[in-house]
Ligand binder design. Structure first.
Ligand code: NAP
Length: 282
């Protein structure tokens, strides 16, 4: 069997094309979606992500402001900026790029962002709404995965979904989203006793661990649907996922590649949330 590859790059591009029209229409109605992106310090990966977010905004016509603060910014200073952005009418969404320097308590910052401007979907109010199935800003990476599964025409009802990883930004929220579509969900983590036992049962397998190619072909069954969230840079410079593509794609029905699978969807969902925030606040 040779797997069908879900082209996240193409799906993201087509969604962004639709957003260009949507934003143009909103502007005619006097609504210009605005996103503030805050970065503290010089982490190279964070700088790349922030650059991609600004580029994404420009591409679809979203107004964006970037706040690049020095690495020694205090928690009070960052909280003051968040408070200012919370009441800024030009800004519908606020994104504080993680990780933050050690002197700043991430939780305090995320909790300070107004839930109606929380386009990352990390505020407990939005997570709580996700848990009870109310409309909320969904965290971008898991939301992007759900859109990919929908594009691939996968009906999740009754499927055995196995999620490897239980982080607040990927593993836990994707588990809730799969459950909301009536999959039977198992969540695995670093203390799971026999990982293969679970992964072999999966109709849908989501790998969100951060360990290069840890899911091997012998750990999955024929016909599995595989979503690889991992982004791992090998010493050679090659980018690989958490799934060994070579062996797993021989058994899978459908698989996402790395790069070009889940990655391009994350920022697209951030743009979607910003448009949603602008409409809600109008
Ligand atoms: P994280 O916060 O480090 O969480 C990793 C999870 O994997 C933890 O729950 C951990 O379990 C579990 N784990 C570690 N070793 C394991 C093992 N041997 N067996 C089973 N589970 C194990 O990572 P994250 O933020 O969720 O990110 C995961 C990966 O996705 C990373 O490669 C990251 O770069 C990537 N990512 C990509 C995007 C994108 O847009 N493409 C977005 C976000 C993240 P414990 O809880 O027990 O420690």
């Amino acid at each position: 069997m040779s797997a069908k590859i879900i082209d996240g790059k193409a799906i993201a591009a087509s969604i962004r094309q639709d957003m260009v029209d949507e934003v143009a229409q909103l502007k005619k109605e006097g609504i210009t979606p605005g996103l503030a992106v805050v970065i503290v310090g010089d982490d190279p990966a964070s700088k790349v992500y922030v650059g991609q977010k600004e580029k994404g905004c420009a591409q679809v016509g979203i107004y964006s402001e970037k706040y690049a603060l020095p690495a020694d910014t205090s928690e009070e200073e960052l909280l003051a900026l968040v408070s200012k952005l919370n009441i800024d009418d030009k800004i519908n969404g606020i994104l504080v790029q993680l990780p933050l320097p050690k002197q700043i308590d991430e939780k305090k910052i995320l909790y300070a962002i107004s839930p109606v401007k929380d386009v990352d979907g990390f505020h407990p109010e939005n997570i709580g709404k996700l848990v009870i199935g109310e409309d909320a800003f969904l965290p971008c990476t898991p939301h992007g995965i759900m859109v990919l599964l929908k594009h691939a025409g996968i009906d999740l009802r009754g499927k055995e979904a196995v999620v490897v990883g239980r982080s607040n930004i990927v593993g836990k929220p994707i588990s809730l989203m799969l459950l909301s579509k009536s999959a039977t969900v198992t969540i695995c983590h670093s203390k799971t006793k026999d990982l293969s036992f679970h992964t072999k049962r999966a109709d849908v397998l989501v790998a969100a661990v951060g360990k290069p190619e840890m899911i091997k072909g012998e750990m999955v069954k024929d016909g599995v649907i595989v979503i690889d969230v991992g982004v791992n840079r090998l010493e050679s410079g090659k980018l690989v996922g958490d799934v060994e593509f070579e062996s797993v794609s021989k058994k899978a029905l459908v698989i996402t590649p790395v790069p070009g699978g889940v990655g391009p969807m994350t920022i697209t969902m951030l743009l979607k949330n910003t448009i949603k925030a602008a409409k809600m606040q109008a």
